[in-house]
Design a protein around this ligand. Structure first.
Ligand code: ADP
Ligand code: MG
Length: 327
């Protein structure tokens, strides 16, 4: 007689975020290996404590190039390319501004405009010199800092997915503080994994809706994730590389559904910067990437839904018919 598959959840707090691993049937050893892998990768990429390969690069800014491991070099290479796309809102050299704002950390406050201006001069991604043959990275100006905070979790989620597949796991989910990556679908649930989309600024369990996916990554970036409030104004953690202030547009969150979680991470930031209209045009031309936008005026706008299925649960939000992209 077939036995029913049992979901087993393993959790930890790492990278300042809650981490959840779902497997079917108990496998403590495998779970431990997954958490070890996450820790190992975090140690290479963190900018919040020394030593890490990224900290080594930042500490040598204006002085000398630093040799890094192949995966870290490749990650920086990707981040550099994305940062130099025309009008890109993604900038891996944003570090000096992130450190100054301290959003989500103790001591966050609005910095003086002149200081932000001065730091903007240290955030030009063209001042990052990459040498592929030597696998080295050089930040030309003293005070420059690389920050991979926007893509580290996506990159690590993909490492976990690759590891689980290598271990012949056919069905699993990893949630790295909002970066969800999946393997297959839960047994006996052909509609796939059900991933909740949080209601902005509501309780932890409040959901706008549910996203169903199979073998996909689901990444959400929202202004409500990390922020502080002064005089009724919200300052959140995604900064506009042009102004040095938090991105300010009609959006509360962007969710990306894609194969790779690193793409989810890159595109949440890029599409955040584009806003709904330009973002939907972009998505119509890039069918491998799908998105859900949640706006301040309580609209939930989905792209084609070929790679996911969205069910609205919160009736104070609306799904406009007219925003479907044309293919
Ligand atoms: P999270 O998943 O932690 O909510 P995101 O993936 O949206 O965060 O990335 C936000 C983090 O990325 C910030 O905390 C900061 O470290 C970094 N960051 C902020 N603004 C930018 C930007 N414009 N480009 C690249 N990285 C950024
Ligand atoms: Mg991100």
């Amino acid at each position: 007689m077939p036995t029913e598959a049992r979901v087993c959840a393993y959790s930890a707090v790492m990278m300042g975020s809650p981490i959840l691993l779902k497997l079917f049937d108990h496998d403590e050893t495998l779970a431990r290996q997954v958490f070890q892998l996450i820790k190992q990768q975090e140690n290479l990429l963190t900018v919040n404590r020394s030593p890490s390969e990224i900290m080594n690069i930042n500490q040598a800014a204006g002085q000398h190039a630093v040799v890094v491991s192949q995966p870290v070099f490749e990650l920086i290479q990707i981040a550099c390319q994305v940062s130099q796309l025309p009008d890109s809102c993604f900038n891996l050299a944003i570090g000096p501004l992130v450190k100054r704002w301290k959003i989500g950390f103790q001591g966050d406050h609005v910095p003086p405009a002149a200081e932000l201006q001065a730091r903007l001069a240290l955030t030009d991604p063209r001042d990052i010199e990459l040498d592929a043959a030597a696998r080295s990275v050089f930040l030309r100006k003293a005070g420059m800092e690389i920050d991979l905070g926007a893509i580290a979790k996506g990159y690590i989620a993909d490492c976990v997915q690759a590891f689980l597949r290598q271990q012949q796991v056919g069905s699993a989910l990893i949630n790295l503080g909002g970066n969800v990556q999946t393997v297959g679908a839960p047994p006996d649930e052909p509609q796939g994994w059900a991933i909740g989309l949080k209601t902005p600024f509501a309780g932890l369990d409040a959901l706008i809706g549910v996203i169903n996916v199979v073998n996909k990554s689901v990444v959400t970036s929202g202004v409500y994730e990390r922020y502080f409030k002064v005089d009724g104004h919200y300052y959140h953690h995604i900064l506009d590389p042009k102004t040095g202030y938090p991105l300010d547009n009609e959006l509360l969150s962007v969710t990306i559904i894609s194969d790779r979680s690193i793409d989810g991470d890159i595109y949440t930031t890029l599409l955040y910067g584009m806003g709904v209209e330009q973002g939907m045009r972009y998505l119509a031309a890039h069918p491998d990437i799908e998105a859900i936008f949640v706006t301040r005026d309580k609209q939930v706008i989905c792209s084609s839904q070929r790679q996911f299925c969205f069910t609205l649960l919160d009736d104070s939000y609306h799904q406009p018919e007219t925003m479907q992209p044309t293919h």
